[in-house]
Design a protein around this ligand. Sequence first.
Ligand code: NAG
Ligand code: NAG
Length: 545
Amino acid sequence: MRYVVVGVLLLISLVVLELSNAMAPSVSYEWVVSYSERSILGANKQVILINDMFPGPILKATAGDVVNVNIVNHLTEPFLMTWNGLQMRKNSWQDGVRGTNCPILPGTNWTYRFQIKDQIGSYFYFPTLLFQKAAGGYGSIRVYSPELVPVPFPRPDGEFDILIGDWFYTDYRGMRASLDNGLSLATPDGILFNGHGPEEAFFAFQPGKTYRLRISNVGLKTSLNFRIQDHDMLLVETEGSYVQKRTLSNLDIHVGQSYSVLVTAKTDPIGSHRSYYIFASTRFSNSYMTGLALIRYPNSPVDPVGPVPAAPESWDYASSVRQTLSIREDLAVGAARPNPQGSYHYGRVNVSRTIILQNDVMSSSNRLRYTVNGVSFVFPETPLKLADHFQLKNTIVPNMFPTYPSNKTPRFGTSVVDIRYRDFVHIVFENPLDESQSWHIDGYNFWVVGMGFGGWSESKRAGYNLVDAVSRSTIQVFPYSWVAILIAMDNQGMWNVRSQKAEQWYLGEELYFRVKGDGQEDPRNIPTRDESPIPENFLRCGRVL
Ligand SMILES: *[C@@H]1O[C@H](CO)[C@@H](O)[C@H](O)[C@H]1NC(C)=O
Ligand SMILES: *[C@@H]1O[C@H](CO)[C@@H](O)[C@H](O)[C@H]1NC(C)=O
Protein backbone atom coordinates (compact mmCIF):
# COMPACT_ATOMS: atom_id res chain seq x y z
CA MET A 1 0.00 0.00 0.00
CA ARG A 2 2.73 2.43 0.97
CA TYR A 3 4.45 1.78 -2.32
CA VAL A 4 1.31 2.52 -4.26
CA VAL A 5 0.94 5.80 -2.44
CA VAL A 6 4.54 6.71 -3.12
CA GLY A 7 4.06 5.74 -6.75
CA VAL A 8 1.03 7.95 -7.11
CA LEU A 9 2.83 10.81 -5.41
CA LEU A 10 5.70 10.39 -7.82
CA LEU A 11 3.36 10.47 -10.78
CA ILE A 12 1.71 13.63 -9.48
CA SER A 13 5.05 15.20 -8.82
CA LEU A 14 6.30 14.45 -12.30
CA VAL A 15 3.20 16.01 -13.80
CA VAL A 16 3.72 19.03 -11.58
CA LEU A 17 7.31 19.27 -12.69
CA GLU A 18 6.27 19.19 -16.33
CA LEU A 19 3.73 21.93 -15.70
CA SER A 20 6.22 24.00 -13.81
CA ASN A 21 8.59 23.78 -16.74
CA ALA A 22 5.91 25.28 -18.95
CA MET A 23 5.11 28.02 -16.47
CA ALA A 24 8.76 28.42 -15.52
CA PRO A 25 8.70 30.23 -12.22
CA SER A 26 11.88 32.19 -11.83
CA VAL A 27 14.24 33.57 -9.24
CA SER A 28 16.47 36.55 -9.96
CA TYR A 29 19.63 37.73 -8.33
CA GLU A 30 21.68 40.86 -8.86
CA TRP A 31 25.22 40.25 -7.68
CA VAL A 32 27.96 42.86 -7.50
CA VAL A 33 31.40 41.29 -7.34
CA SER A 34 34.00 43.50 -5.68
CA TYR A 35 37.18 43.58 -3.63
CA SER A 36 37.49 44.46 -0.02
CA GLU A 37 40.17 44.27 2.61
CA ARG A 38 39.22 41.85 5.40
CA SER A 39 41.05 40.61 8.44
CA ILE A 40 40.91 36.83 8.37
CA LEU A 41 42.83 34.62 10.79
CA GLY A 42 44.38 37.82 12.07
CA ALA A 43 45.84 38.97 8.77
CA ASN A 44 44.57 41.47 6.23
CA LYS A 45 43.86 40.17 2.77
CA GLN A 46 41.99 41.49 -0.20
CA VAL A 47 38.98 39.20 -0.58
CA ILE A 48 36.34 38.93 -3.28
CA LEU A 49 32.87 39.80 -2.07
CA ILE A 50 29.46 39.32 -3.58
CA ASN A 51 27.06 42.06 -2.56
CA ASP A 52 29.55 42.98 0.16
CA MET A 53 29.43 39.48 1.58
CA PHE A 54 32.09 36.81 2.05
CA PRO A 55 31.01 34.10 1.55
CA GLY A 56 28.47 35.35 -0.98
CA PRO A 57 24.69 35.12 -0.61
CA ILE A 58 22.99 31.73 -0.69
CA LEU A 59 21.48 30.99 -4.07
CA LYS A 60 18.07 29.47 -3.30
CA ALA A 61 15.86 27.92 -5.94
CA THR A 62 13.32 25.14 -6.37
CA ALA A 63 13.72 22.40 -8.96
CA GLY A 64 12.03 23.64 -12.11
CA ASP A 65 12.89 27.30 -11.52
CA VAL A 66 14.55 29.48 -14.09
CA VAL A 67 17.46 31.19 -12.36
CA ASN A 68 18.73 34.60 -13.45
CA VAL A 69 21.95 35.87 -11.92
CA ASN A 70 23.11 39.24 -13.16
CA ILE A 71 26.80 39.47 -12.32
CA VAL A 72 28.23 42.98 -12.15
CA ASN A 73 32.01 42.80 -12.26
CA HIS A 74 33.65 45.48 -10.14
CA LEU A 75 36.98 43.66 -10.03
CA THR A 76 39.96 44.86 -12.03
CA GLU A 77 40.07 41.47 -13.79
CA PRO A 78 37.77 39.36 -15.96
CA PHE A 79 35.33 37.14 -14.07
CA LEU A 80 33.29 33.96 -14.57
CA MET A 81 31.16 32.02 -12.12
CA THR A 82 30.52 28.28 -12.17
CA TRP A 83 27.65 26.43 -10.45
CA ASN A 84 29.42 23.44 -8.97
CA GLY A 85 27.13 20.41 -9.16
CA LEU A 86 24.23 22.07 -11.00
CA GLN A 87 23.66 20.20 -14.22
CA MET A 88 22.70 23.18 -16.41
CA ARG A 89 20.62 20.80 -18.56
CA LYS A 90 21.57 21.15 -22.23
CA ASN A 91 22.95 24.56 -21.46
CA SER A 92 26.71 24.53 -21.09
CA TRP A 93 26.52 28.12 -22.42
CA GLN A 94 25.69 29.12 -18.85
CA ASP A 95 28.47 27.20 -17.17
CA GLY A 96 30.97 29.90 -16.34
CA VAL A 97 34.24 28.20 -17.14
CA ARG A 98 36.85 29.43 -19.55
CA GLY A 99 36.19 26.74 -22.13
CA THR A 100 32.55 27.67 -22.60
CA ASN A 101 32.29 31.40 -22.01
CA CYS A 102 34.04 34.63 -22.76
CA PRO A 103 34.80 36.42 -19.51
CA ILE A 104 32.73 39.21 -18.03
CA LEU A 105 35.14 42.12 -18.35
CA PRO A 106 35.84 44.56 -15.51
CA GLY A 107 33.20 47.25 -15.29
CA THR A 108 30.63 45.22 -17.23
CA ASN A 109 27.83 42.85 -16.30
CA TRP A 110 26.34 39.67 -17.69
CA THR A 111 23.27 37.65 -16.76
CA TYR A 112 23.43 33.91 -16.35
CA ARG A 113 20.08 32.35 -17.13
CA PHE A 114 19.40 28.65 -16.72
CA GLN A 115 16.67 26.30 -15.59
CA ILE A 116 17.28 23.88 -12.76
CA LYS A 117 15.76 20.63 -13.92
CA ASP A 118 15.28 17.35 -12.14
CA GLN A 119 17.73 17.99 -9.38
CA ILE A 120 17.49 18.98 -5.75
CA GLY A 121 20.15 19.26 -3.12
CA SER A 122 23.21 21.13 -1.91
CA TYR A 123 25.86 22.70 -4.10
CA PHE A 124 28.05 25.80 -4.27
CA TYR A 125 29.24 28.41 -6.73
CA PHE A 126 32.73 29.84 -7.17
CA PRO A 127 34.81 32.02 -9.51
CA THR A 128 36.76 30.04 -12.09
CA LEU A 129 39.29 32.46 -13.57
CA LEU A 130 42.75 33.55 -12.51
CA PHE A 131 42.87 31.73 -9.18
CA GLN A 132 40.22 34.12 -7.80
CA LYS A 133 38.71 31.34 -5.69
CA ALA A 134 41.70 31.79 -3.35
CA ALA A 135 40.22 35.19 -2.47
CA GLY A 136 36.63 34.00 -1.97
CA GLY A 137 33.76 34.84 -4.31
CA TYR A 138 32.04 31.59 -3.41
CA GLY A 139 28.71 30.76 -1.76
CA SER A 140 26.16 28.00 -1.16
CA ILE A 141 23.42 26.81 -3.46
CA ARG A 142 20.25 25.18 -2.15
CA VAL A 143 17.85 23.57 -4.56
CA TYR A 144 14.58 22.74 -2.85
CA SER A 145 12.21 19.99 -3.72
CA PRO A 146 8.90 21.07 -5.30
CA GLU A 147 6.01 20.86 -2.79
CA LEU A 148 4.68 17.54 -3.98
CA VAL A 149 7.90 15.66 -4.42
CA PRO A 150 8.49 13.62 -1.29
CA VAL A 151 11.74 14.07 0.60
CA PRO A 152 12.85 10.94 2.47
CA PHE A 153 13.15 12.53 5.89
CA PRO A 154 10.96 14.79 8.02
CA ARG A 155 11.22 18.47 7.20
CA PRO A 156 14.06 19.81 9.35
CA ASP A 157 13.31 22.63 11.78
CA GLY A 158 16.10 24.70 10.30
CA GLU A 159 18.93 24.63 7.79
CA PHE A 160 22.51 25.84 7.96
CA ASP A 161 24.89 26.24 5.05
CA ILE A 162 28.46 25.53 6.01
CA LEU A 163 31.36 26.26 3.70
CA ILE A 164 34.63 24.89 4.94
CA GLY A 165 37.99 25.24 3.27
CA ASP A 166 41.66 25.96 3.57
CA TRP A 167 42.82 29.59 3.57
CA PHE A 168 46.06 31.25 2.63
CA TYR A 169 47.34 34.62 3.79
CA THR A 170 48.95 35.33 0.42
CA ASP A 171 47.09 37.54 -2.04
CA TYR A 172 45.57 35.42 -4.79
CA ARG A 173 47.57 37.27 -7.45
CA GLY A 174 50.74 36.41 -5.56
CA MET A 175 49.68 32.76 -5.40
CA ARG A 176 48.99 32.83 -9.12
CA ALA A 177 52.39 34.36 -9.81
CA SER A 178 54.20 31.68 -7.85
CA LEU A 179 52.30 28.93 -9.68
CA ASP A 180 53.21 30.64 -12.95
CA ASN A 181 56.81 30.57 -11.79
CA GLY A 182 56.72 26.85 -11.21
CA LEU A 183 56.21 26.74 -7.45
CA SER A 184 53.71 24.50 -5.79
CA LEU A 185 51.01 25.82 -3.44
CA ALA A 186 52.29 26.28 0.07
CA THR A 187 50.74 24.77 3.18
CA PRO A 188 47.52 26.58 4.05
CA ASP A 189 47.52 29.05 6.92
CA GLY A 190 44.26 27.83 8.40
CA ILE A 191 40.80 26.40 7.85
CA LEU A 192 37.77 28.68 7.58
CA PHE A 193 34.11 28.15 8.43
CA ASN A 194 31.94 30.42 6.33
CA GLY A 195 34.83 32.84 5.92
CA HIS A 196 35.63 32.89 9.64
CA GLY A 197 38.55 31.87 11.76
CA PRO A 198 38.37 29.68 14.87
CA GLU A 199 35.28 30.03 17.07
CA GLU A 200 33.96 33.01 15.13
CA ALA A 201 31.13 31.25 13.27
CA PHE A 202 28.32 29.84 15.36
CA PHE A 203 25.05 28.08 14.72
CA ALA A 204 22.16 28.50 17.17
CA PHE A 205 20.40 25.28 18.16
CA GLN A 206 17.10 25.03 20.02
CA PRO A 207 16.68 21.97 22.25
CA GLY A 208 15.09 19.00 20.50
CA LYS A 209 15.02 20.52 17.04
CA THR A 210 16.53 18.84 13.98
CA TYR A 211 18.73 20.78 11.60
CA ARG A 212 19.93 20.09 8.11
CA LEU A 213 23.57 21.08 7.68
CA ARG A 214 24.56 21.57 4.05
CA ILE A 215 28.32 21.32 3.99
CA SER A 216 30.71 21.94 1.10
CA ASN A 217 34.49 21.97 0.93
CA VAL A 218 35.26 25.19 -0.98
CA GLY A 219 38.99 25.12 -0.32
CA LEU A 220 41.88 24.89 -2.75
CA LYS A 221 43.61 21.66 -1.84
CA THR A 222 42.87 20.22 1.58
CA SER A 223 40.64 17.25 2.40
CA LEU A 224 38.78 17.93 5.64
CA ASN A 225 37.27 15.76 8.32
CA PHE A 226 34.00 17.21 9.66
CA ARG A 227 32.71 16.30 13.11
CA ILE A 228 30.69 17.76 15.94
CA GLN A 229 31.42 17.46 19.61
CA ASP A 230 28.91 15.17 21.31
CA HIS A 231 26.44 15.14 18.38
CA ASP A 232 26.02 12.45 15.76
CA MET A 233 25.21 13.25 12.16
CA LEU A 234 22.72 11.42 9.98
CA LEU A 235 24.02 11.49 6.41
CA VAL A 236 21.09 12.06 4.02
CA GLU A 237 22.36 13.67 0.82
CA THR A 238 25.44 13.63 -1.38
CA GLU A 239 25.52 16.23 -4.17
CA GLY A 240 21.87 15.87 -5.05
CA SER A 241 21.38 12.18 -4.28
CA TYR A 242 19.48 10.92 -1.27
CA VAL A 243 21.60 8.28 0.36
CA GLN A 244 20.84 5.38 2.66
CA LYS A 245 20.73 7.08 6.03
CA ARG A 246 23.75 6.38 8.14
CA THR A 247 24.78 7.76 11.47
CA LEU A 248 28.30 9.10 11.38
CA SER A 249 30.54 10.55 14.04
CA ASN A 250 32.77 12.15 11.39
CA LEU A 251 32.73 12.68 7.64
CA ASP A 252 35.57 13.20 5.16
CA ILE A 253 34.82 15.98 2.69
CA HIS A 254 37.23 16.42 -0.19
CA VAL A 255 37.73 19.58 -2.19
CA GLY A 256 34.65 20.39 -4.24
CA GLN A 257 32.30 17.93 -2.49
CA SER A 258 28.94 18.69 -0.85
CA TYR A 259 26.89 16.74 1.70
CA SER A 260 23.79 17.18 3.86
CA VAL A 261 23.56 15.76 7.35
CA LEU A 262 20.76 15.96 9.89
CA VAL A 263 21.71 16.82 13.44
CA THR A 264 19.23 16.63 16.31
CA ALA A 265 19.73 19.03 19.17
CA LYS A 266 19.94 17.80 22.74
CA THR A 267 17.02 17.95 25.11
CA ASP A 268 18.55 17.02 28.45
CA PRO A 269 18.82 19.95 30.87
CA ILE A 270 22.62 19.88 31.07
CA GLY A 271 23.41 19.06 27.46
CA SER A 272 21.03 21.65 26.05
CA HIS A 273 22.66 24.46 28.01
CA ARG A 274 26.15 24.10 26.63
CA SER A 275 28.12 25.11 23.59
CA TYR A 276 29.87 22.60 21.34
CA TYR A 277 32.68 22.64 18.83
CA ILE A 278 32.32 21.79 15.19
CA PHE A 279 35.62 20.70 13.66
CA ALA A 280 36.92 20.68 10.11
CA SER A 281 40.41 19.28 10.36
CA THR A 282 42.97 18.46 7.73
CA ARG A 283 43.29 14.88 6.54
CA PHE A 284 46.06 13.29 4.51
CA SER A 285 48.28 16.23 5.27
CA ASN A 286 51.63 16.64 7.00
CA SER A 287 50.53 19.59 9.05
CA TYR A 288 47.52 19.18 11.27
CA MET A 289 45.19 22.15 11.28
CA THR A 290 41.62 22.52 12.33
CA GLY A 291 38.83 24.96 11.65
CA LEU A 292 36.50 25.51 14.58
CA ALA A 293 32.92 26.72 14.69
CA LEU A 294 30.42 26.58 17.55
CA ILE A 295 26.96 25.26 18.21
CA ARG A 296 25.28 27.37 20.82
CA TYR A 297 22.15 26.52 22.77
CA PRO A 298 20.00 29.25 24.36
CA ASN A 299 21.80 30.94 27.25
CA SER A 300 24.80 28.66 26.95
CA PRO A 301 28.23 29.87 28.01
CA VAL A 302 30.37 30.57 24.94
CA ASP A 303 33.12 28.10 25.72
CA PRO A 304 32.47 24.42 25.12
CA VAL A 305 33.48 22.01 27.85
CA GLY A 306 34.15 18.30 27.98
CA PRO A 307 36.02 15.90 25.74
CA VAL A 308 36.29 16.62 22.03
CA PRO A 309 35.95 13.95 19.35
CA ALA A 310 39.27 12.56 18.22
CA ALA A 311 40.35 13.23 14.65
CA PRO A 312 40.77 10.11 12.56
CA GLU A 313 44.37 9.05 12.04
CA SER A 314 45.51 11.52 9.37
CA TRP A 315 47.02 9.02 6.95
CA ASP A 316 44.51 6.23 7.47
CA TYR A 317 43.23 5.88 3.93
CA ALA A 318 41.55 2.55 4.55
CA SER A 319 38.93 4.03 6.87
CA SER A 320 38.25 6.82 4.41
CA VAL A 321 37.81 4.34 1.56
CA ARG A 322 35.42 2.31 3.70
CA GLN A 323 33.40 5.41 4.51
CA THR A 324 33.27 6.46 0.84
CA LEU A 325 32.11 3.04 -0.30
CA SER A 326 29.50 2.91 2.45
CA ILE A 327 27.74 5.96 1.00
CA ARG A 328 24.99 4.32 -1.05
CA GLU A 329 22.02 5.60 -2.99
CA ASP A 330 18.67 5.24 -1.26
CA LEU A 331 16.77 3.26 -3.88
CA ALA A 332 13.47 3.57 -2.06
CA VAL A 333 13.00 7.25 -2.79
CA GLY A 334 12.16 9.28 -5.84
CA ALA A 335 14.18 12.38 -6.39
CA ALA A 336 13.03 15.18 -8.63
CA ARG A 337 14.05 13.51 -11.83
CA PRO A 338 12.22 11.64 -14.54
CA ASN A 339 13.86 8.43 -13.49
CA PRO A 340 13.33 8.36 -9.77
CA GLN A 341 16.40 7.12 -7.95
CA GLY A 342 16.16 3.41 -8.12
CA SER A 343 13.87 2.94 -11.09
CA TYR A 344 16.81 3.50 -13.45
CA HIS A 345 18.98 0.43 -13.25
CA TYR A 346 22.32 1.85 -14.24
CA GLY A 347 23.91 -1.52 -13.55
CA ARG A 348 21.96 -3.12 -16.41
CA VAL A 349 22.85 -0.63 -19.10
CA ASN A 350 25.48 -1.78 -21.57
CA VAL A 351 28.64 0.28 -21.49
CA SER A 352 29.34 1.85 -24.89
CA ARG A 353 32.94 2.81 -24.21
CA THR A 354 35.65 2.98 -21.59
CA ILE A 355 37.83 6.03 -21.00
CA ILE A 356 40.80 5.95 -18.65
CA LEU A 357 42.05 9.27 -17.30
CA GLN A 358 45.40 9.19 -15.57
CA ASN A 359 46.71 12.31 -13.89
CA ASP A 360 50.41 12.97 -13.57
CA VAL A 361 53.06 15.63 -13.19
CA MET A 362 54.68 16.83 -16.40
CA SER A 363 58.22 15.78 -15.73
CA SER A 364 59.63 17.07 -19.01
CA SER A 365 58.63 20.64 -18.32
CA ASN A 366 61.02 22.97 -16.57
CA ARG A 367 58.06 24.52 -14.79
CA LEU A 368 55.50 22.66 -12.72
CA ARG A 369 52.60 21.42 -14.88
CA TYR A 370 50.04 18.66 -14.50
CA THR A 371 48.78 16.32 -17.19
CA VAL A 372 45.92 13.97 -17.99
CA ASN A 373 47.00 11.07 -20.20
CA GLY A 374 50.17 12.99 -20.94
CA VAL A 375 48.48 16.21 -22.04
CA SER A 376 48.64 19.42 -20.05
CA PHE A 377 45.64 21.54 -20.92
CA VAL A 378 46.14 24.94 -22.52
CA PHE A 379 43.35 27.31 -23.49
CA PRO A 380 42.80 28.38 -27.06
CA GLU A 381 42.20 32.08 -27.65
CA THR A 382 38.50 31.38 -28.23
CA PRO A 383 36.36 29.42 -25.74
CA LEU A 384 35.79 25.89 -27.07
CA LYS A 385 32.03 26.18 -26.98
CA LEU A 386 32.11 29.28 -29.17
CA ALA A 387 34.75 27.82 -31.45
CA ASP A 388 32.53 24.78 -31.89
CA HIS A 389 29.41 26.84 -32.51
CA PHE A 390 31.06 29.05 -35.12
CA GLN A 391 33.00 26.11 -36.52
CA LEU A 392 36.31 27.88 -36.20
CA LYS A 393 39.13 25.87 -37.65
CA ASN A 394 42.24 24.77 -35.74
CA THR A 395 40.78 25.14 -32.27
CA ILE A 396 39.44 21.70 -31.53
CA VAL A 397 41.56 18.94 -33.00
CA PRO A 398 39.47 15.75 -33.07
CA ASN A 399 41.13 12.72 -31.49
CA MET A 400 44.14 14.73 -30.37
CA PHE A 401 43.54 13.60 -26.82
CA PRO A 402 44.20 9.92 -26.08
CA THR A 403 41.39 8.40 -24.04
CA TYR A 404 43.82 5.93 -22.48
CA PRO A 405 47.07 6.67 -20.64
CA SER A 406 49.77 7.21 -23.18
CA ASN A 407 53.51 6.73 -22.88
CA LYS A 408 54.25 9.48 -25.38
CA THR A 409 56.31 12.42 -24.18
CA PRO A 410 54.03 14.72 -22.19
CA ARG A 411 52.90 17.74 -24.19
CA PHE A 412 50.57 20.70 -24.13
CA GLY A 413 47.21 20.54 -25.83
CA THR A 414 43.57 21.53 -25.83
CA SER A 415 41.99 18.27 -24.77
CA VAL A 416 38.47 17.62 -26.04
CA VAL A 417 36.87 14.17 -26.00
CA ASP A 418 34.00 13.68 -28.43
CA ILE A 419 31.22 11.67 -26.86
CA ARG A 420 28.11 10.50 -28.59
CA TYR A 421 24.89 11.75 -27.05
CA ARG A 422 23.22 9.00 -24.98
CA ASP A 423 26.30 6.83 -24.82
CA PHE A 424 26.77 5.10 -21.51
CA VAL A 425 30.39 5.56 -20.56
CA HIS A 426 32.69 3.81 -18.13
CA ILE A 427 35.45 6.11 -16.87
CA VAL A 428 38.39 5.08 -14.74
CA PHE A 429 40.42 7.72 -12.93
CA GLU A 430 43.92 6.50 -12.15
CA ASN A 431 46.11 8.39 -9.72
CA PRO A 432 49.74 7.21 -9.74
CA LEU A 433 50.89 10.07 -7.47
CA ASP A 434 51.30 10.23 -3.73
CA GLU A 435 48.77 13.05 -3.33
CA SER A 436 45.03 12.51 -3.50
CA GLN A 437 43.04 13.97 -6.39
CA SER A 438 39.49 15.24 -6.65
CA TRP A 439 37.71 14.93 -10.01
CA HIS A 440 34.61 16.78 -11.10
CA ILE A 441 32.50 16.67 -14.25
CA ASP A 442 30.31 19.67 -15.04
CA GLY A 443 26.81 18.97 -16.36
CA TYR A 444 26.57 15.50 -14.85
CA ASN A 445 26.26 13.25 -11.88
CA PHE A 446 27.86 9.82 -12.21
CA TRP A 447 27.70 6.54 -10.33
CA VAL A 448 30.80 5.75 -8.32
CA VAL A 449 30.93 2.00 -8.85
CA GLY A 450 34.42 1.08 -7.72
CA MET A 451 37.48 2.32 -5.88
CA GLY A 452 40.72 0.58 -4.96
CA PHE A 453 44.43 0.80 -4.34
CA GLY A 454 46.96 0.06 -7.05
CA GLY A 455 46.33 0.10 -10.78
CA TRP A 456 43.01 -0.60 -12.44
CA SER A 457 42.51 -3.69 -14.61
CA GLU A 458 39.57 -5.33 -16.35
CA SER A 459 39.29 -7.83 -13.52
CA LYS A 460 38.21 -5.02 -11.18
CA ARG A 461 34.86 -4.82 -12.94
CA ALA A 462 33.76 -7.95 -11.13
CA GLY A 463 33.80 -6.02 -7.86
CA TYR A 464 31.75 -3.03 -9.06
CA ASN A 465 28.64 -1.97 -7.18
CA LEU A 466 25.99 -2.23 -9.89
CA VAL A 467 23.05 -1.90 -7.53
CA ASP A 468 23.14 1.11 -5.22
CA ALA A 469 26.28 3.13 -5.95
CA VAL A 470 25.90 6.80 -5.13
CA SER A 471 25.42 9.30 -7.93
CA ARG A 472 27.45 12.47 -7.46
CA SER A 473 29.54 15.03 -9.33
CA THR A 474 32.89 15.10 -7.48
CA ILE A 475 34.94 12.10 -6.39
CA GLN A 476 38.28 11.86 -4.68
CA VAL A 477 40.96 9.48 -5.96
CA PHE A 478 43.38 8.44 -3.26
CA PRO A 479 47.13 8.21 -3.83
CA TYR A 480 48.24 5.21 -5.94
CA SER A 481 44.57 4.36 -6.45
CA TRP A 482 41.79 4.22 -8.99
CA VAL A 483 38.09 5.07 -9.08
CA ALA A 484 35.59 3.78 -11.64
CA ILE A 485 32.42 5.64 -12.56
CA LEU A 486 29.53 5.06 -14.94
CA ILE A 487 27.92 8.03 -16.62
CA ALA A 488 24.87 8.37 -18.84
CA MET A 489 25.80 10.99 -21.41
CA ASP A 490 22.36 12.53 -21.68
CA ASN A 491 23.29 16.19 -21.45
CA GLN A 492 24.50 17.79 -24.66
CA GLY A 493 27.12 20.49 -24.50
CA MET A 494 30.76 21.25 -23.88
CA TRP A 495 31.49 20.12 -20.34
CA ASN A 496 34.49 20.79 -18.18
CA VAL A 497 36.17 17.78 -16.58
CA ARG A 498 38.60 19.07 -13.97
CA SER A 499 40.67 18.53 -10.93
CA GLN A 500 38.87 20.33 -8.12
CA LYS A 501 42.27 20.95 -6.61
CA ALA A 502 43.06 24.51 -7.59
CA GLU A 503 46.77 24.05 -8.26
CA GLN A 504 46.34 20.99 -10.46
CA TRP A 505 43.47 22.63 -12.32
CA TYR A 506 45.32 25.89 -12.86
CA LEU A 507 48.36 24.02 -14.16
CA GLY A 508 46.68 21.84 -16.75
CA GLU A 509 44.74 18.99 -15.14
CA GLU A 510 41.50 19.28 -17.08
CA LEU A 511 39.77 18.48 -20.34
CA TYR A 512 36.39 18.93 -21.99
CA PHE A 513 33.71 16.46 -23.01
CA ARG A 514 31.93 17.51 -26.20
CA VAL A 515 28.64 15.64 -26.01
CA LYS A 516 26.70 15.79 -29.25
CA GLY A 517 24.23 13.87 -31.29
CA ASP A 518 25.95 12.25 -34.24
CA GLY A 519 23.33 13.51 -36.71
CA GLN A 520 22.26 9.94 -37.48
CA GLU A 521 18.57 9.14 -37.32
CA ASP A 522 17.94 7.67 -33.87
CA PRO A 523 15.65 4.62 -33.89
CA ARG A 524 14.40 5.52 -30.41
CA ASN A 525 13.03 8.80 -31.76
CA ILE A 526 15.40 10.86 -29.67
CA PRO A 527 16.38 14.17 -31.21
CA THR A 528 20.04 14.08 -32.14
CA ARG A 529 20.48 17.80 -31.59
CA ASP A 530 18.96 18.77 -28.30
CA GLU A 531 20.64 21.75 -26.78
CA SER A 532 19.76 25.30 -25.83
CA PRO A 533 20.53 27.80 -28.58
CA ILE A 534 23.38 30.24 -28.10
CA PRO A 535 22.15 32.93 -25.67
CA GLU A 536 21.18 36.23 -27.24
CA ASN A 537 23.50 38.11 -24.91
CA PHE A 538 26.53 35.86 -25.53
CA LEU A 539 29.86 37.59 -25.09
CA ARG A 540 32.46 37.78 -27.83
CA CYS A 541 36.17 37.30 -27.51
CA GLY A 542 39.12 35.63 -29.19
CA ARG A 543 38.35 34.95 -32.84
CA VAL A 544 34.61 35.59 -32.39
CA LEU A 545 34.31 39.34 -32.82
C1 NAG B 1 23.37 44.43 -17.18
O1 NAG B 1 22.57 44.94 -16.13
C2 NAG B 1 21.43 45.67 -16.56
C3 NAG B 1 20.81 46.34 -15.36
O2 NAG B 1 20.42 45.40 -14.41
C4 NAG B 1 20.50 44.73 -17.29
O3 NAG B 1 19.36 45.42 -17.75
C5 NAG B 1 21.25 44.10 -18.46
O4 NAG B 1 20.43 43.14 -19.08
C6 NAG B 1 22.54 43.45 -18.00
N1 NAG B 1 23.31 43.03 -19.16
C7 NAG B 1 23.55 41.76 -19.44
C8 NAG B 1 24.36 41.52 -20.65
O5 NAG B 1 23.16 40.83 -18.77
C1 NAG C 1 23.54 -5.60 -23.87
O1 NAG C 1 24.39 -6.36 -24.70
C2 NAG C 1 24.03 -7.70 -24.83
C3 NAG C 1 25.12 -8.44 -25.61
O2 NAG C 1 25.52 -7.66 -26.72
C4 NAG C 1 22.66 -7.80 -25.49
O3 NAG C 1 22.27 -9.16 -25.62
C5 NAG C 1 21.65 -7.07 -24.62
O4 NAG C 1 20.39 -7.04 -25.25
C6 NAG C 1 22.10 -5.64 -24.35
N1 NAG C 1 21.23 -5.04 -23.37
C7 NAG C 1 20.65 -3.88 -23.52
C8 NAG C 1 19.79 -3.40 -22.39
O5 NAG C 1 20.79 -3.18 -24.52
